[in-house]
Design a protein around this ligand. Structure first.
Ligand code: AMP
Ligand code: ZN
Length: 114
């Protein structure tokens, strides 16, 4: 399933360009257009769901996404650590309502997040 107006569905379909960094059976990873760290990659499921909570209804796809996120972190050389972020809902800072996990690394992360 893909949502016709969804930005990330268009990236999966290839109708909007993105810098892909890795792919797996159920997931795609590409560079964030507005990076917040030296490494900032988004990992998304190929099939449209709104957020990671909905993705959790599909355990194989959820696991595939987190496996790809770990692979991206490895390939980006983030051996000193990295942060996975899943903004969920408007108050959680979610802007694009196609599930995604941010992989952020290459600098020390602050806590608490803003
Ligand atoms: P969120 O706020 O968690 O929904 O994150 C959405 C992310 O998508 C933001 O970090 C944006 O910079 C990023 N973004 C928006 N449009 C694009 C695009 N065309 N290609 C890559 N990343 C994008
Ligand atoms: Zn979508």
């Amino acid at each position: 399933m893909s949502a016709p107006t969804c930005l990330f569905c268009k990236i999966v379909a290839g109708t909007i360009p993105a810098t892909l960094v890795a792919e797996s059976d159920h997931s795609v990873a590409f560079r964030d257009i507005d990076p917040q760290a030296p490494s900032h990659v988004l990992v998304i499921p190929r099939r449209h769901v709104q957020n990671v909570g909905e993705l959790a209804e599909h355990p194989a796809r959820l696991a595939d996404l987190f496996r790809l996120a770990a692979r991206v972190a490895d390939e980006e050389g983030l051996d000193r650590g990295y942060r996975l972020v899943a903004n969920t809902g408007s108050e959680g800072g979610q802007v694009v309502f196609h599930a995604h996990v941010h992989v952020l690394g290459g600098r020390r992360m602050g806590w608490p997040p803003g």
